[in-house]
Write a protein that binds this ligand. Structure first.
Ligand code: NAP
Length: 262
């Protein structure tokens, strides 16, 4: 997979985030083609970046680029892909969620080099961790530029990370529950938010250091024996916190696996 020009079929939220990350200085490629839909986003990107051109249609994106990135919603993937002609050996990265590799290949209808990836919105700031399958050095280099790539050795690994990526909303939900509790007990909401956001930011930075052996060790590091942190952790687990999280992840994984034709 060589990348001089990158094309996007589907110019929505994740395409905008990727284009912004790819073209942050120093830009990763000098030429990006986007499909005309969504017109507002395509125009915004083309106005802001000289490197971005709006292709006449999806086929022009495929024809004019080294690497085509499929960024359409799963519901229309079959209709869109079966209407396009790909080159044999062409490099394709699909970020279409919950869609099986075999289905994508069947709809593409050519012997392309296909990698699936799960970029997150933080790629816009080159801070996104992206799971990809199968392992591919060129795709990994692209996603390392946009943050960090995790190359999965099996579909199972890829599906597990897709399930883990569904924790984002719960992360903020967890903070919101704490802010609710602070407010109910008399603290201004704004003060609760101002306190918790940097607290969680600091913890996330600590967790992402190279010396970290396990999150369990970190959890112990932050819990004095008999102290307040230890009490919350123990009471949270004892009241079903861990079970609730596992059960939600089990359900999400089952949904990801169910979404695929056998
Ligand atoms: N957003 C994320 O954080 C994220 C992360 C990882 C993966 N994904 C996956 O990436 C894909 C895109 O997600 P998204 O959040 O970017 O969705 P989105 O904002 O809805 O973008 C999809 C875009 O596709 C355009 N479109 C509709 N019909 C089209 C066609 N026939 N040809 C070309 N483009 C067409 C839509 O344009 P109109 O607005 O004109 O209809 C829309 O702008 C999905 O499969 C999603 O699961 C998203």
């Amino acid at each position: 997979m060589t990348m001089k020009s990158i094309g996007f079929v589907g110019t929505g939220a994740i395409t905008e985030a990727m284009v912004r990350g790819i073209l942050a200085e120093p830009a990763y490629v000098s030429e990006i083609f986007v499909s005309p839909r969504n017109a507002d986003i395509a125009t915004r990107l083309a106005v802001e970046f000289n490197a971005v051109q709006i292709a006449s249609d999806n086929q022009a994106v495929i024809d004019r680029t080294d690497v085509a990135i499929l960024a359409i919603r799963p519901q229309i993937a079959e209709e869109v892909l079966t209407g396009l002609t790909f080159r044999s050996g062409q490099s394709v990265i699909s970020v279409v969620a919950a869609t099986e590799r075999q289905s994508l290949l069947q709809w593409i209808g050519a012997d392309v080099h296909l990698v699936q990836a799960i970029p997150l919105p933080f790629v816009a700031d080159r801070q996104g961790v992206t799971a990809l399958y199968p392992p591919d050095e060129a795709a990994a280099e692209l996603f390392d530029t946009l943050g960090r790539a995790i190359q999965c050795n099996s579909v199972k690994e890829y599906d597990l990370l897709a399930a883990a990526s569904a924790l984002m909303s719960t992360y903020f939900g967890f903070m919101e529950i704490a802010v609710d509790w602070l407010e109910k007990n008399g603290l201004e909401r704004a003060k609760g938010q101002t306190f918790l956001a940097p607290l969680f930011h600091g913890l996330a930075l600590r967790a992402d250091q190279p010396d970290i052996v396990s999150f369990e060790a970190l959890s112990r590091e932050f819990a004095t024996k008999g102290g307040l942190n230890e009490q919350v952790l123990s009471q949270f687990g004892g009241s079903g916190g861990r079970d609730a999280l596992w059960s939600a992840l089990d359900s999400v994984l089952a949904r990801i696996e169910r979404a695929k034709p056998r």
